[in-house]
Write a protein that binds this ligand. Structure first.
Ligand SMILES: Cc1cc2nc3c(=O)[nH]c(=O)nc-3n(C[C@H](O)[C@H](O)[C@H](O)COP(=O)(O)OP(=O)(O)OC[C@H]3O[C@@H](n4cnc5c(N)ncnc54)[C@H](O)[C@@H]3O)c2cc1C
Length: 192
């Protein structure tokens, strides 16, 4: 793929390229084996997506690329020149302040506990961490599941609040009215 899309691959470089604007963007990554993987983000009402037949990959990609008319061709080529069929993924998020009351014998982890937009890049990491922490709490409580779940949740809630908040803020930085300048401001201090 990288050879066929040389101009795109050159623009991406060795890592990730994010081209964003209010309500839309092209986010693409070059894997270590040279494959390019692209997310195309569009904030559109649900019926807009319902009107696209994703079983007709070529037409679906052309329809999506049309939303990027006027963008650099090495970016739009990442949408229209694809070896893989497009997968539509709606982005949902629980409210940042989402909480639940303790229920005997029951708890939540991973996205079930803290579904958030992917723009902190932490959802899977958190799910794995939750699992490890839950196991630790159960072992530490020596089989007292009520104590274990209370201890697990007392640490989970502040952990998820911090990252869900960062993810919600990043979503605005990436696709809000000030994009792409908001992303430049966010990343510039980290690049110095
Ligand atoms: C576009 C995108 C990019 C992302 N990028 C990143 C990233 O860079 N870094 C990161 O850390 N995270 C990222 N995430 C988030 C990450 O994918 C999720 O946070 C993670 O997959 C959550 O894991 P989970 O096990 O909690 O839930 P899931 O991965 O959703 O797993 C739940 C499983 O349960 C199954 N299931 C549901 N109902 C039932 C049922 N009734 N019976 C049996 N099985 C059932 C589902 O089919 C699914 O397989 C991204 C997400 C998206 C959408």
């Amino acid at each position: 793929m990288a050879a066929r899309l040389k101009a795109s691959a050159d623009a991406i470089g060795e890592g990730t390229l994010m081209a964003v604007a209010p309500g839309q963007g092209i986010l693409t990554h070059r894997h270590a084996d040279g494959r390019l993987q692209t997310y195309t983000a569009l904030a559109r009402p649900e019926p807009w997506f319902d009107a696209i037949d994703f079983r007709d990959a070529e037409a679906a990609l052309a329809r999506i690329a049309a939303e990027f008319a006027g963008w650099a061709s090495h970016l739009t080529a990442l949408i229209t020149t694809s070896d893989a069929d497009p997968v539509l993924r709606h982005i949902h998020a629980l409210p940042v302040s989402h909480r639940w009351d303790r229920r005997p014998g029951l708890t939540l982890l991973g996205d079930a506990a803290h579904l958030m937009s992917p723009f902190a890049g932490e959802g899977a990491n958190l799910a794995l961490y939750d699992g490890a922490e839950l196991a630790r709490a159960i072992v530490t409580a020596l089989g007292d599941i009520g104590t274990a779940l209370a201890a697990y949740e007392s640490e989970l809630i502040p952990r998820l609040a911090e990252i869900a908040d960062a993810s919600a803020q990043n979503l605005v930085q990436f696709f809000g009215a000030d994009a792409p300048y908001s992303v430049v401001s966010m990343l510039a201090p980290k690049l110095l």
